[in-house]
Design a binder for this molecule. Structure first.
Ligand SMILES: [Zn+2]
Length: 303
């Protein structure tokens, strides 16, 4: 059996999967906001799952950051109490077995590539459109982590082909302006709508208003579709994946994969000038919110 842990900023999810990927047991708790309590919580979750499943399992953990291979220390986690900590070593010591750690967006991509919306594809790009914008690449069934461990972090590239009104773009927490994340995250979508209308609505409220035919909300949604198509076209020009899998809260917008696909040919290299259909499929995640934790379990798919 494979155990996956998704160490999120607000909750920790834990799952036990059978060798064929069926869910055997699952737990969810609020994330403690300090390091020692997080270690304790993960250890307890593993024990509880093993008790419920009646066996022991491999353990993979998805984290909101990366582990520096040379030192084994966590970096770039927005759950800042993890940064600088030897999370893998500490968990291995407590659980008495090897533990694999991986960035949570990479876990999402691995889950969808293994038995989700990208199953059977050679190269998939997994996209998280949530509070932030992240991504992960799986090629030939393996996560491509990258030399700087930032492969797939397209959220901090600039929005391609910006209009005058989109420049220089909103400031991003990373220190730059106009990052894709500042346009395509949930908060980015809400800010854009509020700027045009002077009304502060939540993302779901804007989507509902657009469905009722509200012209301002419909225009905000159309801008979102167009920006997502531009951002994906820039990515496809480099990676040319077989499948782009959309996840995160914003991926639940009805019709998002279809609307984006229809706009891709306008931006993709040469595709606009040829009659060839775009070969890359843009699809919604098959496992929804469970993809992160399932991908963490699949970190041990080779052993
Ligand atoms: Zn940024």
């Amino acid at each position: 059996m494979r155990i996956g842990i998704d160490l999120g900023g607000t909750k920790i999810e834990a799952i036990a999967l059978s060798p064929t990927g069926e869910e055997i047991a699952r737990r969810r708790i609020a994330t403690p906001r300090d390091y020692a309590a997080s270690l304790e919580a993960i250890t307890t979750l593993v024990r509880e799952l093993e008790q419920a499943a009646g066996g022991t399992g491999t353990v993979g953990v998805g984290i909101p950051g990366t582990v520096v291979p040379r030192t084994g220390l966590v970096k770039n986690a927005n759950s800042t109490w993890l940064n600088g900590q030897p999370l893998g070593r500490d968990l291995e010591h407590r659980l008495g077995r090897p533990v694999r750690l991986m960035n949570d967006a990479n876990c999402f991509a691995l889950s969808e590539a293994t038995d989700g919306a990208g199953a059977g594809a050679r190269v998939i790009f997994g996209v998280i459109l949530g509070t932030g914008v992240g991504g992960g690449i799986v090629a030939g069934g393996r996560v491509l982590a990258g030399a700087n461990l930032i492969a797939g972090e397209w959220g901090h590239n600039p929005l391609p082909w910006p209009s005058d009104a989109e420049q220089p773009g909103p400031p991003c927490y990373c220190g730059k302006r106009g990052c894709i994340e500042t346009w395509l995250s949930g908060p980015g979508f809400e800010r854009d709508h509020a700027q045009f209308t002077g009304r502060a609505l939540s993302g779901p409220e804007i989507v509902q208003a657009a469905a009722r035919g509200d012209p301002d909300a419909s225009r905000a949604l159309a801008r979102y579709h167009d920006r997502l198509a531009r951002a994906l076209a820039g990515l496809i020009n480099v990676l040319d994946p077989d499948v782009v899998v959309l996840g995160g809260g914003m991926s639940n917008i009805p019709g998002l994969p279809e609307a984006t696909t229809a706009l891709l040919a306008r931006y993709l290299f040469a595709a606009g000038a040829s009659s060839e259909p775009v070969a890359t499929r843009v699809v919604r995640a098959a496992h929804g919110d469970a993809s992160g934790v399932r991908g963490a379990a699949w970190l041990w798919s080779d052993g």
